[in-house]
Design a protein around this ligand. Structure first.
Ligand SMILES: C[S@@+](CC[C@H](N)C(=O)[O-])C[C@H]1O[C@@H](n2cnc3c(N)ncnc32)[C@H](O)[C@@H]1O
Length: 188
């Protein structure tokens, strides 16, 4: 991801289905603003504990979502269902980091997932999408190819295949074939 961010430009970055991804700490340390959403509260608690970032919590919309916010407000992680992200008022993202998230949801929900995602993207927003390269019948996570990504994001975005990350030394059979990285840019 590093090579795809301009060093001097600070962005509001969305990390859907963020888990306790250490990438968020790295992005935070670069000065960016991070917004994530995750269903498992333990993962969010562990992220803050392990990153040693102090935080406060609050309830959103009568407890439908719970916000974990760093004291400086620059990391805001919502605990709850991704499909409720619009209740937070968070939008106008210029960068999105989707690592293993689109491929983690049910295939039948892909259209809904992407429709919501595109509604959060400002014109010019870039989404970096990392998916495991694997045979479809091995899922989950379910592999997704460029054709389907292009169909899902539609004509208001362009999709580019960037690179393949070699994971041949991975012990887990799931990720043996590596990861594919795509860039999806919403037209201005
Ligand atoms: C494969 S993990 C991705 C983790 C993260 N993106 C990373 O880079 O480490 C998928 C995560 O999605 C979460 N999840 C699945 N469906 C969700 C939903 N509808 N709303 C919120 N979180 C969800 C799971 O709890 C899990 O932590």
């Amino acid at each position: 991801m590093n090579g795809y961010l301009q060093e001097e430009v600070l962005l509001k970055i969305f990390v859907p289905l963020c888990g306790k991804s250490v990438d968020m700490k790295w992005l935070y340390d670069q000065g960016h603003e991070i917004v994530g959403i995750e269903g498992a509260e333990t993962a969010v608690q562990q992220f803050f504990d392990e990153s040693k970032i102090s935080f406060t919590t609050s309830s959103i919309k009568d407890g439908i979502l719970k916000l974990y916010q760093s004291d400086d407000g620059r990391i805001r992680l919502y605990v709850g269902n991704y499909y409720n992200i619009d209740m937070t008022g968070e939008n106008n993202f210029l960068f999105i980091w989707d690592r293993g998230s689109l491929e983690a949801i049910d295939k039948s929900d892909r259209e809904k997932y992407v429709k919501l995602m595109t509604s959060l993207m400002s014109p010019g927003c870039r989404l970096l999408l990392e998916v495991a390269d694997r045979d479809d019948d091995m899922g989950p996570p379910f592999c997704i190819d460029k054709e389907e990504i292009t169909n899902l994001f539609g004509s208001c975005s362009s999709v580019e295949y960037l690179e393949k990350e070699d994971t041949s030394k991975e012990t887990s059979a799931i990720f043996k074939k590596g990861f594919k990285l795509y860039s999806i840019e919403k037209h201005r």
